[in-house]
Design a protein around this ligand. Structure first.
Ligand code: DAT
Ligand code: MG
Length: 154
């Protein structure tokens, strides 16, 4: 009913687990619309995570996310934004392991660092729009139909 697109990002530690992660994405019923492997420059990472710029963990987050290539993905499907967040599980790896052991963050996140949590997902329609534009600035996407028959330019 409510078809959306979301931006998923496989973080540096988990990029070599891509075959397993891709399998989960497809089994969950997502369509992989686009995929791009990229190493973020520091300034790009600052822009992507701008909402966290005043958090104490921001320097570590920038260090981590620029430490190697990431895989940026556009995923499409029913309720894709919420669905992908549920597949990810809780932000902190230790919490994911406790509360959602089958989740992607539980399975592929680092046992040594709670914030090395394997993957990212947009948290709203607005952030999905912004994050898709961030990684795929040249892409023109057709509007998706929402449940009400309205068009969302995601
Ligand atoms: P999410 O990625 O689940 O949307 P977020 O937007 O709050 O979580 O934070 C973005 C990333 O920053 C998160 O994936 C890992 C890192 N992070 C969040 N909270 C943290 C904390 N308290 N300590 C260290 N890193 C943290
Ligand atoms: Mg977030």
């Amino acid at each position: 009913e409510k078809i959306q697109r979301t931006l998923a990002m496989v973080k540096p530690d988990a990029v070599d687990r891509w075959p397993e992660i891709e399998k989960i994405i497809l089994e969950e019923g997502f369509t992989i619309v686009e995929r791009r492997q990229v190493r973020l420059m520091r300034a790009e990472a600052e822009e992507f995570y701008a909402e966290h710029r005043d958090k104490p963990f921001f320097p570590d987050l920038l260090q981590y996310i620029t430490s190697g290539d990431v895989l940026a993905l556009i995923l499409a499907g029913e309720d894709a934004i919420g669905h992908w967040r549920r597949v990810l599980g809780p932000t902190r790896v230790s919490e994911a392991r406790q509360e959602a052991p089958g989740s992607l963050r539980a399975r592929f996140g680092s046992p040594h660092n709670d914030s090395h949590n394997a993957a990212h997902g947009s948290d709203s329609v607005n952030s999905a729009h912004r994050e898709i534009k961030f990684f795929f600035p040249d892409l023109t996407l057709e509007p998706v139909l929402t449940g009400e028959g309205a068009k969302e330019y995601l």
